[in-house]
Structures are given as structure tokens and as C-alpha cells.
Design a protein around this ligand. Structure first.
Ligand SMILES: Cc1cc2nc3c(=O)[nH]c(=O)nc-3n(C[C@H](O)[C@H](O)[C@H](O)COP(=O)(O)OP(=O)(O)OC[C@H]3O[C@@H](n4cnc5c(N)ncnc54)[C@H](O)[C@@H]3O)c2cc1C
Length: 479
């Protein structure tokens, strides 16, 4: 088909941009054709976009040059880290006009300061690389996601990632001291402060954290470190009810204090899916305990008496009737097995069961029992045979609420209705429809529906101020 005048001009503009970008980063780092394909699909494989190219700068200055060029040519930019995000934030839309900007080559550790307990890393550093580097220095970087081998620090900050140790150490936001950013007009803001206190006006750092690439590009970060605990203990326990799980959480907090690092909830339905679809995966205890409706994976860490204090807490929980059964990992290998059920088994088992309609919600911890009964009542009224497989970070009030409909009822329309029922139940209890995964391109409707007009207006004003041309990750978060 012959190109129209406008299309020809567009083509020339894009070709001009690519030529100039090649001059900045080198031809090897501008990917098109087949090489571009992996950068166009999200990690679930459900979303597929188009783009003019993927550019992979290796220095902050190159990122700034590329952003300035894209701005001059009015070409949108989609920042991408490890592409493990679960809301399609790093996937371009279908328009084919965007430039994917991969941070993966910007992956140096710039410095570690042991006295200040901080590290400066570039945005494309994989989370696991940071864990390994600080461990060698006797320190802990506690942000820890199951995707740690692939996700990047830039992506973690851009999504304000959570993970399994938020209870003790906080989310990515709380673990960040400063950031370096390439703004939407291609300037470099060196906000790489490593101060614990800095009240000097608006907190720009916190604006960029959690903005999912819609305000600018994070190129480096200064992160908080902690002493590496000498002891780490893991236990798995069966509980008679969700109320008992909350009571045991309270007990564990009181008895373990700062030692309590993770408190992960798993429904019996979820464990049953693992047993059915991953029979090779070792499960923590005998069949009798699997009749319990809820289970928790608890981790405690510190320097002394951790095992004794965890075991005493479990004993008290058993005595009080909060727990039905409990096992403590006797070796690192056993602890890993327990974590594998949580971090790998649950997701894979749901995938093999045909896929679930997932939700990542947060509710005030004390309201979780009410949320669970409200949402289930709504769903069962419509689909009596629905299977609800919940797991999540109970200590943070963050549930991954997964709904499996009978195969013949799994339609796009049904999925929308399930979302509405779950999110309405969350909203009625003043919870959040996205606890840790963000908005990306898949939750933009929910953002409009559940945020107040005042909040949306303020968000739009910020977007307009920092990205007036709307070229930073368009179609994501605010549309
Ligand atoms: C198996 C699995 C388990 C997971 N578990 C958790 C979990 O427990 N907790 C949790 O919070 N998340 C979890 N996630 C989601 C995901 O790993 C996180 O959102 C992670 O922080 C994304 O990092 P990434 O580098 O892959 O970012 P990407 O997926 O590449 O990008 C995510 C978003 O950030 C933007 N972005 C990326 N890099 C930058 C940058 N340098 N500057 C500006 N914007 C940028 C992108 O445009 C996109 O909007 C999980 C994912 C998987 C696959």
C-alpha cells in the first residue's frame, strides 16, 4: 500500500531519529526486526506491542541524549528494565511509534559505603546482583522478589516494588535514599544523595518512585543497606481460620519484634493446586495438616537465639489454638524447599490449572476476614463452583487474590465481572486495587474508577508539569 504524505513524513522522522540514536549508542545497541521482538511482549505473554526500535544506552549521558532526540522528533519512550512487571508497564502499545529504552546495559555498581550503610547502583543492575555484591561486604539489601534474577533496580523503584520482607524493611521507596533521573526533556537530575534526613522542599525522589516510567527515567539509585543477619530461620504452620492467622501475626510481632522478617499467608486451596499440578514439589507436612484452611510461612532473622525464639513463638501459638501444626526448617535446603512452594510453586500450579484471574490488593490487616467473606459471597452467588486461591504478604495486608472459574465459564466478560466484584469489595473497605504491582496499562480503568477526582487532578497536574509533551510511557498509569 502506498504511503500517504503524513505517513511518509512520519517514516522519514523515524528514520532520522534512528540514524541519530545509532550515532549516540552505536548500531549494535539499536535493535530492530527479530532482535526487537523480545522487548515487545510482557512477561506473561498476554500483551504484545510494536515499536520503532529498542535502544540500549550504556551511560546516563547516553540516556539523556536519546531522550532529547526522541523529544525533538516527538517519539514516545517506553523505559524497560528486566521486563518482569505484571501490569504491562514496560510493553509499548500497538501504535508502533514508540522507542523502547532498555536500561539493561546501565548496570554498574558505582560504590558501596560501609560506614553509611549505602550503595549506589545503576538502574539496570539486576536485584540479585545487588544482593550478591552487598553480601560480600557483610551487608543486606532486603528488597527481595521472586523475580530477583531478572528484575532491575530501576524497575523496582519505578514500580515501588514490595516483596517478601516489607514487613521488616519496607518497600523500595523506604529503601531508597536518592536517585539520578533523566527528565522528560533530557536533563540529568543528580539526586543521588545518601542522606537519612533531607527536608529541603518537595520530595522529587518520591515522585519518580512508583511513577512507572511516566515522568522520567531513573538511571541510578542510592540504596539503604542493613547488617547481614547471622541467623535466619523459616517455619511453616497450619491454621484453623483467617482470624487465627491474624491472632498469630499479632503474637509473632509481639514475641519476635524486629526479628520477624516475613509472614506469608497461603490458602489450603492454593497448596492443593501445588499438590495436584506439581506432585514432584515437596510439601511441608503430612496430609492431615492439609485439611487446615490456612497456612503461613514465617521467617525470622537476627544475630542470636533466633531459632529458640521462633520455636517458642510457634509453641505459644499451638498452645493458644492459633496453630494446628508447625514445622521448622532444619537446614538451609529445607528452608529453600519451603520458600520454593511460595515463590515458584503457587504461580506455576495456577498456570498449569489453566490460569487464574489475578488481583494484587491491600486491605487494612484487621479488615482482611471481612474482605475475604464479602468477596467470596459475591463470587459464589454468580459462580457457585468458583475456586479461590489466595496467598500474599499478610503482615503487609497484601493479598494475591486469584480466582479460577470452571473452564467453560472462563470468558473475557466473566474476568471483567470478577475484577469488578473483587475490587468493589476492596474499595468498600478502603483498600487498594493495586498493592505492589502498579497500574501499567492493565489497571488504568480501575485507577479512573477508584481514585477521587481530586487525586486524579493532582496526578494529572504532576504529569503535565514533568512531562508536558506526554512522551514518557504514554498509555500507562494515567490515560
Ligand atoms: C515471578 C514474579 C514474581 C514477582 N513478585 C513480585 C513481588 O513479590 N512484589 C512486587 O512488587 N513485584 C513482583 N513482581 C513484579 C515485578 O518483578 C516488579 O514489578 C519489578 O519491580 C519490575 O522490575 P523490572 O526491572 O522487571 O521492570 P519492568 O518490568 O521492565 O518495568 C516495570 C515498569 O517500570 C518502568 N521502568 C523500568 N525501568 C525503569 C527505569 N529505569 N526508569 C523509569 N521507569 C522504569 C517500566 O516502564 C514499567 O512501567 C513479580 C514478577 C514476577 C514475574
Amino acid at each position: 500500500m502506498p504511503l500517504t504524505g503524513a505517513a511518509t513524513a512520519d517514516r522519514r522522522r523515524v528514520d532520522g531519529l534512528i540514524e541519530e540514536v545509532v550515532r549516540v549508542v552505536g548500531a549494535r545497541h539499536v535493535l530492530v526486526g527479530e532482535d526487537l521482538v523480545p522487548f515487545l511482549t510482557d512477561q506473561t505473554g498476554m500483551l504484545r506491542g510494536r515499536a520503532v526500535a529498542c535502544v540500549r544506552p550504556g551511560r546516563t549521558g547516553e540516556v539523556a541524549d536519546v531522550v532529547r532526540l526522541a523529544t525533538r522528533h516527538s517519539v514516545p519512550i517506553v523505559p524497560q528494565g528486566g521486563n518482569t512487571g505484571l501490569c504491562g508497564g514496560a510493553t509499548p502499545d500497538g501504535g508502533g511509534r514508540a522507542l523502547v529504552l532498555s536500561l539493561q546495559r546501565l548496570n554498574r555498581i558505582r560504590s558501596i559505603d560501609r560506614e553509611n550503610d549505602s550503595i549506589v547502583v545503576e538502574a539496570g543492575c539486576r536485584q540479585e546482583t545487588v544482593h550478591e555484591a552487598v553480601r560480600a561486604a557483610g551487608r543486606l539489601f532486603p528488597l527481595s522478589l521472586p523475580s530477583r534474577g531478572t528484575c532491575t533496580i530501576g524497575g523496582n523503584l519505578a514500580t515501588n516494588a514490595g516483596g517478601v520482607q516489607v514487613l521488616r524493611y519496607g518497600t523500595a521507596r523506604q529503601l531508597t535514599l536518592g536517585i539520578e533521573v533523566v527528565t522528560a526533556d533530557g536533563e540529568i537530575w543528580d539526586g543521588l544523595r545518601d542522606l537519612r534526613k533531607d527536608n529541603t522542599g518537595y520530595d522529587l525522589r518520591d515522585l519518580y518512585i512508583g511513577s512507572e516510567g511516566t515522568l522520567g527515567i531513573i538511571t541510578a539509585a542510592s540504596l539503604r543497606l542493613f547488617p547481614l543477619p547471622r541467623q535466619e530461620e523459616t517455619a511453616f504452620a497450619a491454621l484453623p481460620s483467617i482470624e487465627a492467622a491474624l491472632a498469630f501475626l499479632g503474637l509473632a510481632r509481639a514475641r519476635l519484634g524486629e526479628l520477624l522478617t516475613s509472614f506469608e499467608l497461603i490458602a489450603a486451596t492454593s497448596l492443593a493446586l501445588v499438590a495436584r499440578h506439581l506432585p514432584e514439589m515437596p510439601l511441608p507436612y503430612g496430609a492431615a495438616s492439609f485439611t487446615a484452611p490456612w497456612h503461613v510461612l514465617v521467617q525470622a532473622s537476627g544475630d542470636a537465639n533466633v531459632a529458640e525464639r521462633l520455636e517458642a513463638t510457634l509453641a505459644e501459638g499451638l498452645q493458644a489454638g492459633h496453630l494446628i501444626d508447625a514445622v521448622v526448617a532444619r537446614s538451609l535446603a529445607q528452608a529453600r524447599e519451603l520458600w520454593t512452594v511460595r515463590e515458584g510453586g503457587l504461580g506455576e500450579a495456577m498456570r498449569r490449572a489453566g490460569g487464574a484471574i489475578g488481583h494484587d490488593v491491600s486491605i487494612t490487616v484487621s479488615r482482611i476476614p471481612k474482605f475475604l467473606s464479602d468477596a467470596e459471597a459475591r463470587l459464589r452467588e454468580q459462580w457457585p463452583d468458583v475456586l479461590i486461591a489466595v496467598h500474599g504478604h499478610l503482615g503487609d495486608g497484601n493479598l494475591h487474590y486469584n480466582v479460577l472459574l470452571p473452564p467453560q465459564q472462563r470468558t473475557a466478560d466473566a474476568a471483567q465481572r470478577v475484577h469488578r466484584m473483587v475490587y468493589d469489595s476492596v474499595a468498600e473497605l478502603a483498600g487498594s486495587f493495586s498493592a505492589e504491582h502498579g497500574i501499567g496499562q492493565i489497571k488504568t480503568d480501575e485507577l479512573r474508577r477508584y481514585k477521587s477526582s481530586v487525586e486524579l487532578g493532582l496526578m494529572r497536574a504532576i504529569k503535565m508539569a514533568l512531562d508536558p509533551k506526554g512522551l514518557m510511557n504514554p498509555g500507562k498509569v494515567l490515560i
